[in-house]
Design a protein around this ligand. Sequence first.
Ligand code: ATP
Ligand code: PRP
Length: 215
Amino acid sequence: MITIALSKGRIFEETLPLLAAAGIVPAEAPESTRKLIIGTNQADVQLIIVRASDVPTYVQYGAADLGVAGKDVLLEHGGQGLYQPLDLEIAKCALMVAVKNGFDYEGAVKQGARMRIATKYTEQAKDHFASKGVHVDLIKLYGSMELAPLVGLADAIVDLVSTGGTLKANNLVAVEHIREISSRLVVNQSSLKLKHDRLQPMLDAFATTVASRHA
Ligand SMILES: Nc1ncnc2c1ncn2[C@@H]1O[C@H](COP(=O)(O)OP(=O)(O)OP(=O)(O)O)[C@@H](O)[C@H]1O
Ligand SMILES: O=P(O)(O)OC[C@H]1O[C@H](OP(=O)(O)OP(=O)(O)O)[C@H](O)[C@@H]1O
């Protein structure tokens, strides 16, 4: 059996065409079932539906052979035990620092005062501000980061930005770009060796599809 870990929503939707290119069609959509294990048209391939930030953990421990995870999630996880053979170039966005409109970010950073940063991405935020030599107090959140500067929980947030619509709707502005983010294929290192004959053609089909999008 080959087990593929995916999260509901954009990762599942954007992975569907890649699975199709490898001849894999899910039997059900995760949005229309409470099942967490979903069969496919291939008797020996199943999907498991997990939280986006849990995908690397399932693959690391071999509970899934492969999965799809955002670079943001992989950098927080650390990537131990995972091969990351392919950037799937899906779920594209950017990790940014944002503040309330009118907040003097450059001034706050220059003063060398401690800043309070709210984020789900504490590892990346820590590295980013350490590389700038800025002292920060990190406040870990699990979602709706945009709220934090509005209610005085933090001076700034580190969050994902795509269209910029969420920042705009909450009167926030992006002040620094940390990195571009897209989702990667992650593969359990033992699976790649033990199930090579079944996995390699799948990986090749994914790679060919991604490359064909540049043509
Ligand atoms: N607005 C966006 N546009 C494009 N890609 C995004 C956007 N937001 C997040 N992503 C990417 O998609 C991945 C999955 O996001 P999703 O919203 O499904 O999960 P999540 O809610 O961030 O995670 P969890 O459920 O573990 O808290 C993220 O890890 C990121 O790489
Ligand atoms: O720039 P935008 O296009 O507005 O996208 C940015 C938003 O997208 C992500 O949230 P998401 O939609 O995944 O919601 P969730 O994290 O609460 O699931 C991110 O955390 C931002 O809030």
